[in-house]
Design a protein around this ligand. Sequence first.
Ligand code: NAD
Ligand code: MG
Length: 390
Amino acid sequence: MKKVAIFGSTGSIGTQALSVIASNPRRVKAAVLTCKSRVDMLRNQIRRFRPEAVVVDRKEDAAELRREYRDLKVFYGADGLEEAAGAMDYDIFLNALVGIAGLRPTMAAIKRGAVTIALANKETLVTGGRLVMREAAASGVPVVPVDSEHSAVFQCLAGNQENSIRRILLTASGGPFRGYDRSRLESVTLGDALIHPTWKMGRKITVDSATLINKGFEVIEAKWLFDVDASCIEVAIHPQSIVHSLVEFEDGALLAQLGVSDMKAPISYAFSWPERWATDSRTLDLIGTRSLYFEEPAGEARRSLDMAYRVLREIQESEGDSSAVVLNGADEALVELFLAGKIPFVAILDTLEDLLDKHTPRGIESIEDIMDIDLEARTTVRERWGQHKI
Ligand code: NAD
Ligand code: MG
C-alpha cells in the first residue's frame, strides 16, 4: 500500500487524484491532504479518506479541526505546508498546489527523501528547476510529471535513453482564442477566457492556457525535467488534445502518447509508475476521430512561446535563471488582477513582455533568492496596475 500526500487536495488535480485513490483502495491511501480556503470540502475529504495529517491556511481553521478530529495532525500556513512535507510519512508526494506556493513544499519533500515526487505544479520547475532537479538527483528522488504533455513524454521515454532524444514535441490545444488576432483579443472577457475547449482545470491554468503562457511554462518545465537543450523542444498546436505529446529519437523514430483528455490518466500513471493500473478511463475512439490535426503556432500564439524561449536562452547562456522567476511571478499577479476584473486580457502578455525587457537576468543561489525575485515581480505588477479599472 502506497501512502500519498496530496498537496492541494481541494483543487482540480487534487480532487481527481482522490478519485484515483478511491478507485484503488488496496493500492493507495491518502496520508496528507491540504487546502487553502475550502475547509468544508477538506472536512468531507477527511471523513471519507481518513488522512493522518492536513494543512490549512488559517490558524483559526487549524484550531477548529484539531478540536473536531483528535487523532489528526493539523498544520497551517505556508510554513505548515513545508513542515508537513518534511515530517509526515508518505511514499508519493503529489504536488497539486497552484503557483510558486508549490516550490518550498516540493523541496522539503525531496529533502525528506525516500519518496516519489508526482509533479502537477509546473511553477515548481519554472521557478526553481535547476535547484529542484539538482536536489532530486542528489537525493535519488524520482520526479514523475503529472502535466499531461510531460507525462506523455515521460511515457515515451520509458525504456529509452534520454541522451538519444532528437526532439520533444509538446502539443497545445491552442486555447479558446486560437486564431484570434490582436484586435479580437482586445475585447475578450473573463468569461470567454475561462472556457477551455478541451480541459476542465483550475482558473489560473485556464487563463494561462488562453494566453498560451501555460505552454511557455511547459517548454521551461520540459527543459528541466528531461535535461534537454531548448532547441530540442518544439510546440505544435493540436486542437483535438488527443496526442498528448511526442518524442523523436536519434534514429528518426517518433513515439507519441495518445488518449482521451482526462487528467486521471497521468495522475494514475504517476501513482502506479513504473507499473500501470487498470482504470475506468474511456477508450479513445481512433476510427471515429478520423484524422489528427497539427499546426504551427503563429501570430499571437507565438508571443508566449517566444518569451519562454527567450528566458531559456538566458538560462542556458548565462545561468540567468531569474528571468523565469520574473515571468512566473508577474504572470501570477497579472492573472489575479485579470480574474478580479481589474485588467484587460491583453494586458497580461503586454506587461510580461515589458517586464522581461526591463529585467537584467541574474543567477539564483537559493530558494530565498527565488522568493525575493518573485516578490519583486509581483510588486512591480501591482504598482503598475493596482489602481487600474477597466
Ligand atoms: P486549482 O486552483 O484547482 O487547485 C489548487 C489547489 O491548491 C487547491 O487545493 C487550493 O486550495 C490550493 N492552493 C492554492 N493556492 C495555495 C496557496 N497559496 N497555499 C496553499 N494551498 C494553495 O488548480 P489546479 O488546476 O488543480 O492546478 C494545480 C497545479 O497543476 C497547477 O500548477 C497547474 O498548472 C497544474 N496542472 C493542472 C492541470 C489541470 O487539469 N487542472 C493540468 C496540468 C497541470
Ligand atoms: Mg499541460
